[in-house]
Design a protein around this ligand. Structure first.
Ligand code: ADP
Ligand code: MG
Length: 242
């Protein structure tokens, strides 16, 4: 892979005295969908925090297009082209769909371009156009996930980071969300997604990494990981692997 959008290089991160990442290194190439798999408390969400500048690693670096993000705060990182869809989506339940989506452009001053981007994003999510005046908290889980993705796209990201995008969704909505992630990727946005559900993530990812208590223990092409006996035992489970 020659063209790397995101690179984590030997990252060690801590909460106080507790170390969460141990020399964590990974890459997302331009145009790729890369998933970070791992069980509960393995350090997946913390990886997102490190990428978004919410937690500074004690050592190691995060690079976007080869440029270190060290010392930048979250709005600056967003402006550099990183969109994020956090765990459990974090919408403002009593605000409308429109207001929530526009939150993704809150740091921008270029009102005309923001309005254009809003139209472009709604073209991608026709369902949200129908529901634009509805309170976000009244939408289904899958629709809320759409709002969170639309909000992330308002920043015109080159990389979008999603934390467990399928969590808590019904099977139908899971399929829709996976299709949306692929559609976003086809528009040229690189994707980094964190998932506990390996079988779902590996359906759409090009490559994956497996995190275990803060260490990458396995990585490779998604098809190879899906066939890997360790992954099947540890993360796919009986029913889901079938
Ligand atoms: N704000 C925090 N303060 C202290 N410890 C935390 C904090 N957030 C997460 N942790 C701990 O860090 C470890 C990794 O958490 P997390 O990255 O959320 O894992 P995952 O997303 O893989 O479930 C866990 O042991 C968790 O309890
Ligand atoms: Mg998590």
């Amino acid at each position: 892979m020659t063209d790397t959008v995101l690179r984590l290089d030997a990252v060690n991160s801590f909460y106080g005295p507790v170390q969460v990442h141990f020399d964590l290194s990974l890459e997302v190439g331009r145009g790729e969908i890369v998933c970070l798999l791992g069980g509960n408390a393995s350090g997946k969400s913390t990886t997102m925090k490190v990428i978004l500048g919410l937690l500074a690693p004690r050592s190691g670096r995060v690079l976007l297009d080869g440029q270190p993000l060290t010392g930048l705060d979250t709005p600056q990182i967003v402006r550099r082209g990183v969109g994020s869809v956090p765990e459990s989506r974090r919408l403002f339940a009593t605000m409308t769909v429109r207001e929530n989506v526009l939150m993704g452009a809150y740091t921008r001053k270029d009102r005309k371009a923001v309005a254009e981007d809003f139209e472009r994003v709604l073209d991608q999510f026709p369902k949200l156009r129908e529901r634009h005046a509805q309170q976000a908290g009244t939408l289904s889980g899958g629709e809320q996930q759409m709002v969170a993705m639309a909000r992330a796209l308002m920043g015109r990201p080159r990389l979008i980071c999603l934390d467990e995008p399928t969590m808590g969704l019904s099977p139908l909505h899971v399929d829709r969300v996976l299709e949306m992630i692929q559609a976003i990727n086809r528009l040229g946005v690189s994707v980094f997604m964190v998932e506990q559900n390996a079988s779902l993530a590996l359906q759409i990812a090009h490559r994956g990494y497996v995190l275990q208590t803060g260490r990458i223990v396995l990585s490779g092409d998604a098809a190879d990981l899906a066939r890997d006996p360790h992954i099947r035992d540890a993360y796919l489970g009986g029913a889901q692997a079938a």
